[in-house]
Write a protein that binds this ligand. Structure first.
Ligand SMILES: Nc1ncnc2c1ncn2[C@@H]1O[C@H](COP(=O)(O)OP(=O)(O)OP(=O)(O)O)[C@@H](O)[C@H]1O
Ligand SMILES: [Mg+2]
Length: 278
């Protein structure tokens, strides 16, 4: 048996024994528009295990944000079930195990970098010295040293997104939901962000559900890719991403195994991009 197959079997065995953290069963979402109902999500089921990094991949408008928002309890579902651990997700209820990084840049423009990053701890009533220490550590991790007192308008888009990421991570969520957090960044900055995120994740192993329409990003970061069809979002395929860790995003992208898996999934994803355009 080849080394790659041994790794694949070991990964499968680990998955089989790991606890399930996110369960989505027969999830549906319809939006009522002025003229007609839009079916955004149709009968989607999947699970995310403890410590998995799962990418939810699909073309624009296929329902990725809608699914993530329902998992976060930010949006009511039309049908199906969602559980975080054993608990049913209730629309509007906050789950302290879950952190969310939004698709749009959501830092507070009136707060400095350190006040943005420390926001959640402040709301949670964490004592100032403890907060200051955690914020300093987060700033160092994100490579934002020297910008503690800067306001978001004085930062680049990539730096603002680092602030948004650290503001969520500082709360130490066990489960991290991320909606194309690097979608608006140029390729170089995106790769830098991938490096930062991988370093953090490889250390802390949060359970991650990461939405993206960028196949390269999904392959760089995730352990598994759930591919959705064009709208209405249906589960199309589920791919294992068995690349070794720790990963170096730049070296990985230049590797043969990366190109091979990219081409393989691209065939399936490309079909959905074309259906979106049709
Ligand atoms: N509040 C809403 N009211 C009506 N329709 C909506 C609403 N939110 C989303 N939709 C529709 O649901 C579908 C899925 O939208 P969603 O935002 O989940 O897509 P997405 O996969 O996240 O796309 P993108 O990659 O562009 O962010 C789209 O057709 C969109 O028009
Ligand atoms: Mg979206």
């Amino acid at each position: 048996m080849s080394a790659a197959n041994v790794v694949r079997l070991q990964t499968a065995a680990m998955r089989a024994t790991a606890t399930t953290r996110i369960t989505v069963e027969a999830l549906d979402k319809r939006f009522k528009n002025a003229t007609a109902d839009v079916v955004a999500v149709d009968n989607v089921s999947f699970e995310v295990k403890q410590g998995e990094f799962v990418a939810l991949l699909g073309p624009s408008g296929c329902g990725k944000s809608t699914i993530l928002n329902m998992v976060a309890g930010l949006l009511p579902k039309s049908g199906g079930r969602i559980r975080i651990d054993a608990d049913e997700v209730v629309h509007g209820a906050i789950n302290r195990k879950v952190g969310y990084v939004f698709q749009r840049d959501t830092v507070f423009p009136w707060r400095t970098v350190e006040a943005n990053i420390g926001y959640g701890l402040e709301i949670a009533g964490i004592a100032k010295p403890v907060r200051a220490e955690k914020v300093a550590r987060a700033i160092a991790t994100a490579g934002l040293a020297g910008f503690e007192k800067s306001f978001p308008r004085q930062l680049s888009g990539g730096m603002r997104q680092r602030v948004a990421l650290m503001r969520t991570l500082i709360m130490e969520p066990e489960i991290l939901l991320m909606d194309e957090p690097f979608g608006a960044l140029d390729t170089h900055t995106k790769l830098e962000m991938h490096k930062t995120l991988l370093e953090i994740w490889e250390r802390e192993r949060q359970t991650v559900l990461f939405v993206t329409h960028d196949l390269g990003e999904a392959l760089t970061l995730s352990s598994r890719i759930i591919l959705l069809s064009a709208r209405p979002g249906r589960l199309k395929e589920d791919f294992a991403v068995p690349f070794d860790r720790p990963r170096d995003p730049v070296a990985l992208r230049g590797s043969e195994e990366f190109s091979r898996l990219y081409s393989h999934i691209w065939n399936s994803l490309g079909e959905e991009f074309r259906r979106t355009k049709a």
